[in-house]
Design a protein around this ligand. Structure first.
Ligand code: CP3
Length: 340
């Protein structure tokens, strides 16, 4: 078993820098498209044998040092009681967005063994087939709340912020319920065999630092504290982290995932020695010619030597247009340039 990734999460000495890519299973891979052409996205998530197959694809094709469970952050929201659809054109759609107390009260804290059993089954299948660690995941409470309140993706997050500002008690009630759900979901994933978990805060970067401190990080902190006893590393990824790195420390996570809009050396200075870091290549760098890509990889690797531990990753998910050769070249470059 290749445990380089887990060692880097814990800040232990490694022979080379481990690498995996956010959204590494997905549309840029013809092998994913072949599976996906026969089923819709949610059916793929809910069919453990197929979800396991596409989870394994990037491990075999790219040679990454960790696998991430194939699923979506929004299946938890569906299990809480909202109706979820993925539209090819508009992305995720949730009917009856949560805009008042009675809708929030109707939401359940799901029992993962019942309502998300297909996720746990996928994890069990994968643990029998993998020779790299398996990462489980959840959306962070704030990011999940934005989908639940907006009903879909958003640019301004106006409904979310309206609730935060004009009905703070309702917002807190909703966030507490989401946080309870995230905790029990991640604990169940760990029980089923996930060897690390990542909490995706894809939209926390739209908050002012003050609002992030009030409305987002306290809930992540509670979730991480509850997960500490489970004995696996917790990675906390915030897209748009640059202005809130000091506050992100309060999450207490073992590893902080950072996007590419911040210099990784600067980020490490602000985070300090208590955390490992994960990141942070611009996903579009995979379109560069190989020598240029290698220069950027080398730059990130040398700056990240200052960190307690470093897991190489993109600064956000791999884009569907990405050439597979670019992703392969990245993994090769990280392994070669970080080896003594
Ligand atoms: O990383 C992996 O390989 C594991 C799989 C994974 C998916 N979604 C598969 C997916 C993970 C970890 C996610 C997380 C996720 N989902 C996030 C957080 C990470 C991030 O990117 O910020 C968010 C915000 C979502 C919600 C979501 N799911 C959106 C907005 C969309 C539509 C946009 C898009 O990329 O298509 C999805 C769909 C989705 N999730 C796809 C995949 C492979 C594409 C579905 C398809 O095959 O058509």
């Amino acid at each position: 078993m290749n445990d380089t990734f887990l060692k880097a999460c814990r800040g232990e000495k490694v022979d080379y820098t481990p690498v995996w890519l956010m959204r590494q299973a997905g549309r840029y891979l013809p092998e994913y498209q072949a599976v996906r052409s026969g089923v819709d996205f949610l059916t793929l998530c809910k069919t453990p044998e197929l979800a396991a197959t596409v989870t394994l694809q990037p491990v075999d094709i790219l040679g990454v040092d960790a696998a991430i469970l194939f699923s979506d952050i929004l299946v938890l929201v569906e299990a809480m009681g909202m109706r979820l659809e993925f539209s090819e054109k508009k992305g995720p759609q949730l009917s009856e967005p949560i805009r008042n107390r009675s809708l929030a009260e109707r939401l359940a804290v799901p029992d993962p063994e019942d309502d998300l059993s297909y996720v746990l089954e996928t994890i069990r299948i994968l643990r029998g087939r993998l020779n790299v660690p398996l990462i489980g995941f959840s959306g962070a409470p704030f990011t999940l709340a934005t989908y639940m309140i907006e009903g879909e993706g958003s640019k301004s997050f106006v409904n979310t912020k309206k609730m935060m500002f004009s009905s703070p008690a309702l917002f807190a009630y909703l966030m507490d319920k989401i946080t309870d759900s995230v905790i029990s979901y991640l604990k169940a994933q760990i029980m089923a065999g996930a060897q690390a978990v990542q909490i995706f805060d894809s939209w926390a970067g739209v908050l002012s630092p003050e609002d992030y401190r009030l409305f987002a990080v306290p809930y992540v902190k509670r979730a991480v504290a509850e997960l500490k006893n489970e004995g696996v590393p917790v990675i906390y990824f915030v897209n748009g982290c640059a202005g809130i790195l000091k506050d992100i420390r309060k999450s207490g996570a073992d590893v902080i995932g950072i996007d590419w809009r911040v210099d990784i050396g600067e980020a490490i200075k602000k985070l300090g020695k208590k955390f490992s870091v994960q990141g942070n290549l611009d996903p579009t760098a995979l379109f560069l010619p190989e020598e240029k890509l290698r220069e950027r990889v080398g730059d990130i690797l040398s700056k990240a030597e200052a960190a307690r531990g470093h897991i190489f990753n993109l600064g956000h998910g791999i884009l569907p247009e990405t050439p597979v050769e670019g992703a392969k070249a990245l993994v090769r470059a990280v392994h070669e340039l970080s080896s003594p």
